[in-house]
Write a protein that binds this ligand. Structure first.
Ligand code: ADP
Length: 643
């Protein structure tokens, strides 16, 4: 024992304290003496005494309480309590506090030294034991940390790679490493043959692993598949995995995919010395989870890959052009048909702003329309005569899609049809005029009886109907061809007055109530006054035609920003929702028109053509049996625009 150990004495100034000092110094211990708590704390801060002898009282404090407080801070410091009297209660309390021992008079030098030596020795043994325990616990912790590191590494590999074979081989290798087994395998269920085959292995001969097949029935691995429970065996007698394959110790844990057991992860030992613990079984369960995740990932990847390939094949082979854009109108995907339409080379890269890559004015116009809620169309024409119908549709969560359909052929047909209608209508007008002329003459060349006069009136009315129809057709083909798309400043209030003057007779005849609201600050519209008059004639004419006698008609014209909004509302039969999308088509008449209302189905087609040629919009809102409102929005005339 090194005699230079420092013994700290916390005692009252007395004969006894000198006795302690003398006895300990004589036994070659260093000593330090303090007489109050503050000095004791100071010295404990600066030095590490090997032992403390504390009196029953130091200054005003109880030695036992001080000892108790010190042991909380220095649990391994041996403390001897010096008491004046040897009372059983005091001894009990001292031992309860955790002091190493106690001393009481009469004090002999030898007793003091012996007690000190004894306490120091015990403290040393205790220290050794603590150090050993720490080392043991540290080693065990280190082992656990290394196991966890292996598991974490494996976890990362499972989520970062889609190479299933390599992940599963790593899982089996980790199972062998962590359990200290001789060999390991991962068996998957072949449902068709109800057998297990070896998907991955460690320390098995390759040929054996490849040809390994095990029936589910009556085998240890099969039992795990059927019960879904892990199996741990540690047997002195060898057990049969399969014919001529014997083991002494084994762990099999089930592999699950969406609650279904799809295989088994196993490790085994063929030599009898080594046994597996519950901890090993737990580690195997964690590894089985990893393997299941890897299998699930691979499964999901395969599904998404199949879908991707299908999608790519569709997008590549579809005849329509398709382009997907993100929310900032940057290109995400362009299909070959779209590339061919715009003559794009492969230098167009994903992520490029679409209008930088494809600076086509019609595409710009298509993209500039607001597509919140509904798709927008715009024709895209090329200098070589090709015409495409472009559709811009919002795709929530992605951005939008542009699809383009080649309508060059349809456009050509439409033109041929318009030319045909124009020619035929023109050719029809001359004979009709002749027929009308002769009906006039008939009355003049002789007296007609009542029946002849009535037939003549009917002929006249029919010819007038056909003439009106032919005129409508001619107008339509003119507007569609854009022959008279003049752009001048038009006072819509004046045009409307002409329309109403012309239709006043019909309004009076049907005793309709007309309500007119014309904004006083209405700016002029921009367009062709004749066509705008025709548009109003048709809309107001329809309102009169379809409103029953005594009904109401409301006409409102007001400006909004740089536009003029015209509203024509009636209290007629309304239009069924199913008919509404078609009423602007040529010759379309809704299914609910009253039997006595004549018409050709061309009026609204003319309105739509006129509005389109004025860069405006027209639509209807209608409630069945309550009435309809036709809205027309036209751009106001801009003063800078030359008339
Ligand atoms: P029509 O000569 O038949 O009136 P239009 O082209 O003017 O042809 O109108 C097409 C169809 O739209 C009409 O046949 C009718 O079914 C419906 N329609 C048009 N205006 C009204 C209206 N004000 N109220 C009810 N239905 C209407």
């Amino acid at each position: 024992m090194p005699k230079s150990d420092l013994i700290l004495l916390a005692l009252d100034e007395s004969q006894t304290s000198q006795l302690f000092e003398r006895a300990l110094r004589a036994a070659s211990y260093s000593t330090a003496i303090v007489h109050d708590r503050a000095a004791l704390d100071r010295i404990l801060q600066d030095s590490s005494p090997a032992l403390l002898i504390i009196g029953e009282r130091i200054k005003n404090e109880e030695g036992m309480l001080v000892a108790k407080a010190l042991l909380e801070r220095f649990p391994t410091l041996p403390i001897l309590l010096f008491t004046e009297h040897d009372t059983p209660n005091l001894v009990k309390e001292a031992l309860h506090t955790g002091v190493s021992g106690y001393l009481y008079p009469p004090l002999l030098t030898n007793d003091i030294v012996n007690d000190v030596q004894h306490s120091l020795q015990r403290a040393r043994h205790m220290g050794d034991w603590i150090r050993r325990e720490i080392k043991r616990t540290t080693t065990s912790l280190e082992r656990r940390v290394s196991e966890l590191e292996t598991l974490v590494k494996l976890g990362r590999a499972v989520t970062s790679t889609l190479d299933l074979d390599s992940v599963l081989t790593n899982v089996v290798a980790a199972a062998v490493e962590l359990t200290g087994a001789e060999e390991g395998s991962l068996l998957l269920l072949d449902e068709a043959s109800d057998e297990l085959y070896m998907k991955a292995s460690h320390n098995f001969e390759e040929g054996f692993a490849r040809s390994f097949r095990l029936p589910v029935r009556d085998t240890l691995a099969g039992k795990v598949v059927l019960t879904g429970k892990p199996l741990v065996l540690n047997e002195a007698e060898p057990q049969k995995i399969m014919t001529a394959y014997l083991i002494h110790a084994l762990i099999y844990v089930p592999l699950r995919l969406q609650h279904r057991v799809i295989g088994v992860l196993g490790v085994d030992n063929r030599t009898p010395q080594y046994i597996f613990s519950d901890h090993h079984a737990l580690q195997m369960s964690v590894l089985a989870e990893y393997a299941s995740i890897a299998i699930e990932n691979a499964h999901l990847y395969q599904i998404s890959e199949t879908e991707r390939i299908k999608f790519e094949a569709t997008i590549t082979n579809i005849e329509n052009g398709v382009m997907i854009l993100d929310s900032e109108q940057r290109i995400l995907l362009v299909n070959p048909a779209m590339r061919a339409a715009f003559g794009l080379n492969s230098a167009i890269v994903d992520g490029q702003p679409v209008l930088d890559a494809v600076p086509h004015p019609d595409l710009r116009a298509l993209l500039s329309q607001n597509i919140q809620g509904r798709s927008k169309c715009h024709e895209i024409t090329f200098d070589d005569g090709r015409v495409f119908s472009g559709l811009h549709t919002s795709i929530p969560g992605v951005g939008s899609a542009i699809t383009m359909q080649d309508i060059t052929y349809l456009k050509r047909l439409d033109r041929l049809k318009s030319d045909f209608v124009h020619t035929v209508s023109h050719d029809l007008r001359s004979p009709l005029t002749a027929v009308l002329g002769y009906t006039e003459l008939l009355g003049r060349i002789g007296t007609l009886n009542d029946q002849q006069s009535e037939f003549l009136d009917r002929i006249k009315a029919s010819v007038q109907n056909i003439t009106a129809l032919v005129n409508d057709l001619l107008d339509l083909s003119r507007v569609e061809a854009g022959f008279d798309a003049r752009g001048e400043s038009v006072q819509l209030g004046e045009v409307l007055r002409l329309t109403l003057d012309n239709l006043q007779n019909q309004i009076d005849e049907k005793k309709l109530h007309l309500h007119l609201e014309l904004a006083f600050n209405l700016p002029p519209a921009q367009g062709n006054p004749i066509r705008l008059r025709q548009m109003l004639d048709n809309l107001v004419g329809n309102a009169i035609k379809y409103t029953p006698s005594g009904g109401d008609i409301y006409i409102k014209v007001r400006p909004e920003e740089s536009q003029i909004i015209i509203q024509v509302t009636d209290t007629g039969p309304g239009i069924l929702p199913a008919d509404q999308p078609y009423i602007f088509d040529k010759f379309y008449r809704a299914s609910n028109i009253p039997a006595d209302v004549n018409g050709s189905g061309l009026g609204l087609a003319i309105v739509k053509s006129i509005v389109d040629s004025h860069s405006g919009r027209v639509w209807v809102e209608s409630q069945i049996n309550q009435g309809s409102t036709f809205f027309v929005v036209l751009p106001a005339h801009e003063p800078s625009t030359p008339p």
